[in-house]
Write a protein that binds this ligand. Sequence first.
Ligand code: 1HN
Length: 325
Amino acid sequence: MTSSNNSELQEFKEGIDPFNLLPLWERQMKLMPGSHCVPAHWPYQTVRPLLEKSVALISKKEADRRVLVMENPSLRGSSFISQSLYAGQQIIMPGEVAPSHRHTPNALRFVVEGEGAYTSVDGIKMMMRPGDFVVTPNFTWHDHGNEGSQAVVWMDGLDTSFTSLFGAHFRENYSEDIYPVTHTSHHVDQHSESLIYPWQSSLDRLLQIPNSQMDPVHGFKLRYVDPKTGKDPLTTIAAFLQMLPKYFKGQTYRSTEHTVMNVAQGSCTLELGTQTYFLDTHDVMVVPSWETYRFLSKDGAVIFSFSDRSAQQALGFWREEYLID
Ligand code: 1HN
């Protein structure tokens, strides 16, 4: 290519700019796996006292949902924990009610501490206990309440980034605080079986996986599936429960999903790129797409996680790689 061509090309590029056009050949090489969000860690030791403080400063009624949103440090202002996911920590005190509403985003809860709270989904009232995983499908009416004597904390996960992406975020409040209860469930039955995955039965299943099926990266890992459909419980989000045995030293791995982890029991170390994170019980960690990581655990750990794998697989985008150390 001659230099006159180069300067003509430069002139051409500048000339097309006012028409909102740009040369793809200069951008193409920048399209690669990975996202703009960064790894981030929320120790429960930091978050718990701040939740407590929010209780003193704002009522559930004023707040509607008393939630501290975990926002990715590189996505401040977005309210997202990753480009594809939302996560928050919600605290509800004895006697409080979070009024009924519905919205197009799908939601999930993972109960962190406390007993006596419920979530009601389209009139199916489900009592929740620590470690329970509860689903609020797209556009179902839902309210929460605490009928016990302890503070209850859970992690919320939502796919609000998808409704934002598509411009399809609708929401409405119910006319009353509490949607009429048609069914109360203290254990899983035909009404609630696609909505609540109780801690003890999930843990029992995890402990039943034979040693020969331990994964070199993830340890023992289960993917929650809707018993009625055999599919992920939400259309966009997949959820998992995994156990790292004592003295686990995992293989290095990466995948295209964004994952939010919540340590249910024990502790582990996560080596992520050049950083090392110590994840204690109830800590939250977000692992962005295509970052390499591995788990180490001295004392063993049980980790709940949710990711955008459901959406990525539905669209045919999801990839993973087991890397040789
Ligand atoms: C929501 O409805 C809840 O129902 C929690 O508890 C967090 C974040 C964004 C949009 C809706 C809840 C939420 C939310």
